[in-house]
Ligand binder design. Structure first.
Ligand SMILES: [Zn+2]
Length: 280
């Protein structure tokens, strides 16, 4: 697998939006389509035309900003099958709007005006809830609810509609978990149990949060900090923890990040970099 983007909503030339690619045989599964995912794929030598299965964790900008790019670029780069996009409730409405409204003219123009591309290859979105998302003879993906800002004081109707998922991929006896955005919660702990790899959001160091009310609030309600990420991985028996969604940090802060996680988590640790390949 490859962490294609390891940043967040801020614009950072070193860390693009969160996206993780799992390669299994000839198949490519993409988890989230953050800013610059297509560029990172090409830079990493991955073929955007190979994409036809996408899993979306939630509807924050940094996780879906390049969804249309992935849908259309995969077609322009040779996708000859229907693309299926799985995501929390509301994903279908977003994808339908992109295909039928925002990019309807682009798609029709390229289908007719550039017949070399062979006509539009459809995209279908499926809204999913906690449980098994896809199971075939090769692999299985399941998901669970994450806690990502739900207690920040939003309107009750908004909280009801704010659905965030993490995913667990299983194949050939291996388990890869992608947390999406979350604090420590039951959902991520269920998914991460005995995982070979946990790709875990880890925004701030505990040492950055102390005395900083904004970061303390983020770590409490929105995104795991180092101590939470390490504790989840350690207590769930994760073999390899890969950190992503990393807040821009100085060299000293990066060293502190590693130190803080290492105090709790004893097995293999990777502080993710964009396009980094992780063998499973
Ligand atoms: Zn988010």
């Amino acid at each position: 697998m490859r962490v294609l983007g390891t940043g967040g909503p801020w614009v950072d030339a070193d860390r693009f939006g969160p996206s993780t690619l799992i390669r299994y045989g000839d198949e490519r599964l993409l988890f989230d389509a953050g800013r610059g995912v297509g560029i990172r794929m090409v830079q990493a030598g991955e073929d955007p035309g190979s994409l036809d299965t996408i899993f979306i964790t939630h509807h924050h900008l940094d996780h879906i900003s390049d969804l249309a790019d992935v849908m259309i670029t995969s077609w322009l780069r040779g996708r000859r099958r229907e693309m299926v996009i799985y995501g929390p409730p509301g994903t279908r409405a977003i994808v339908d709007t992109l295909v039928n409204v925002v990019y309807a003219k682009d798609i029709e123009w390229r289908s007719v005006g550039e017949p070399a591309w062979g006509g539009w290859q459809p995209v279908r979105a499926v809204d999913v809830e906690r449980g098994v998302v896809v199971e075939n003879e090769r692999w299985k993906v399941s998901c669970d609810w994450m806690v990502h800002g739900h207690k920040l004081g939003f309107r009750p109707e908004f909280v009801k509609s704010w659905k965030c998922l993490g995913y667990r991929f299983e194949a050939a006896g291996k388990r890869i978990v992608v947390s999406g955005d979350t604090v420590d919660c039951g959902g991520i702990r269920r998914l991460a149990q005995d995982a070979d790899v946990l790709v875990q959001c880890c925004f701030a160091n505990r040492g950055e949060c102390e005395g900083n009310p904004h970061l303390e609030r983020v770590a409490k309600y929105t995104l795991a900090d180092t101590v939470q990420a390490a504790t989840i991985a350690q207590e769930c028996g994760v073999r390899h923890l890969v950190l992503t969604h990393i807040r821009p940090k100085s060299r000293e802060r990066m060293a502190q990040m590693r130190r803080e996680v290492r105090e709790i988590f004893r097995r293999r640790l990777t502080i993710g970099k964009d396009m980094q390949l992780v063998r499973v």
